[in-house]
Design a protein around this ligand. Structure first.
Ligand SMILES: [Zn+2]
Ligand SMILES: [Zn+2]
Length: 426
């Protein structure tokens, strides 16, 4: 049996047995649904359901590979014509996906092959370092580290931005693990549903710290001195000042490590030493808001600019911008299965977020890894991809594997490799 048929049957059996666990999202009847079948990579969208029972029937009878619903609300979600759909507003959606930003662990587990010259390597590459061409085949993987980074971003989004700056009620935020490399957050609040795309962009600019002007915040050169900003103003200047204070509270060695990080601050040894020597004075200036004179040997406006930009990158949230701006986007339906992993798109209540551990979750109802067998049945499969990186799931290490290798692994891990398309059944 071709593997897609096999996986489809597994998904179908899952949906049959677990219908009651598929949540019904808010204002269900006004949502547009979209599905990608196992047979071809095309999304069937403009589908509406009059009740969640019909959606569950769809899962069982059609068993899609991927399932999505709209952030938008429509009078006629099934209408193909956007202008006749009767747009009624859109939830504010955030997507945090490590596909879109750098994490150090990718150097260990993300693989690429150049289709032009055959070069291969590890890490996150846009083009081949040997021949410069962009035709790369990429194998992106997951581990606890990158999923933790994504989780930290979503926590920052909630507690450092949505609540303090936008006064959004945490009970109106619906959080979900995407089933693969990230998290979604949906704000279901009538006040945000009327936001235009431009207004959504402004919110995103604020949350990412993009286009922030230090000059407007107060950074300026005057009579040979450089003046910084104070914490009196709310928003970004306060966030930056808090972050500087946090940095200054660290030991000299820690500061040196942070400031010399090539991917972030990347300051020269001289500048780092000057900064450390200035540490105690700088703390006083900031603490007492004392004339904000940040003049520091070697730190030109440019150097401050570089320093502050690195701070902003730490403070801001790595959201996937188009998802939040585009009101026609569909996002994965909670409780559905992700066709590239076999994991469940897992809704998480905010109180559970801190301890949530997608690859080894101990609370059964929060566990996205659903294809566990009680009898711990293992399954024989053959690796079809050139290389499969080492993977830790449920506390157990698997791999690395090479093409042609025949392995016997627990059911959930076999399903994961089959869904990832790096193995076949034998
Ligand atoms: Zn190449
Ligand atoms: Zn990782």
């Amino acid at each position: 049996m071709p593997d897609n048929k096999y996986l489809k049957r597994l998904f179908q059996a899952y949906y049959k047995e677990n219908q009651s666990e598929i949540p019904t999202i808010n204002l269900f009847e006004q949502r547009e649904f979209g599905f990608i079948p196992w047979e071809k990579q095309i999304m069937n969208r403009h589908i509406g359901f009059t009740s969640s029972i019909n959606l569950k029937k769809y899962f069982i009878n059609n068993t899609p590979k991927h399932a999505y619903s709209s952030g938008s609300l429509f009078n006629q979600p099934e209408n193909q014509d956007m202008k006749d759909k009767g747009y009624q507003g859109c939830d504010l959606i955030f997507d945090i996906d490590v596909d879109h930003f750098y994490t150090p662990c990718k150097e260990d587990h993300d693989l690429w092959y150049c289709k032009e010259c055959g070069q291969k390597g590890k890490g996150m590459k846009e083009k081949c370092p040997k021949c410069g061409k962009v035709r790369l085949k990429k194998l992106s993987w997951i581990c606890d580290d990158c999923l933790n980074v994504a989780k930290k971003e979503i926590i920052k989004l909630i507690y450092n931005f949505l609540i303090p700056d936008f006064n959004i009620d945490i009970e109106k935020m619906k959080i979900a693990f995407s089933g693969h490399r990230g998290y979604h957050l949906k704000v279901e609040d009538e006040n945000v549903r009327t936001l235009t795309s431009d207004e959504r962009r402004e919110i995103i600019d604020f949350i990412t710290g993009e286009n922030l002007s230090f000059e407007i915040l107060g950074l300026q050169e005057k009579g040979g001195n450089i003046f910084g900003f104070s914490r009196d103003t709310i928003g970004w200047s306060q966030k930056i000042i808090n972050s500087i204070e946090n940095l200054l509270g660290k030991s000299n060695i820690e500061i040196e490590t942070i400031l010399s990080d090539k991917k972030k601050f990347n300051l020269s040894q001289n500048l780092i030493e000057n900064f450390i020597n200035f540490k105690d004075e700088f703390r006083k200036i900031i603490k007492y808001n004392h004339n904000n004179n940040w003049t520091l040997v070697g730190f030109s406006l440019n150097a401050w600019d570089k320093f502050l930009k690195a701070l902003i990158a730490e403070i801001g949230v790595e959201v996937d911008v188009p998802v939040s701006i585009d009101i026609h986007r569909l996002i994965r339906y909670p409780g559905s299965l992700h066709g590239k992993t076999g994991f469940r798109v897992q809704e998480i209540y905010h109180d559970d977020l801190d301890n949530f551990n997608p690859l080894d979750e101990s609370i059964e109802k929060l566990d996205p890894i659903v294809f566990k067998s009680k009898k711990r049945i293992s399954q024989k499969i053959e690796i079809s991809e050139i290389e499969v990186p080492i993977t830790k799931i449920k506390g157990e290490l698997f791999g690395p594997y090479k093409q042609g290798e025949k392995i016997e692994v627990p059911h959930y891990f076999a399903v994961f490799l089959l869904c990832k398309g790096v193995a076949k059944t034998i």
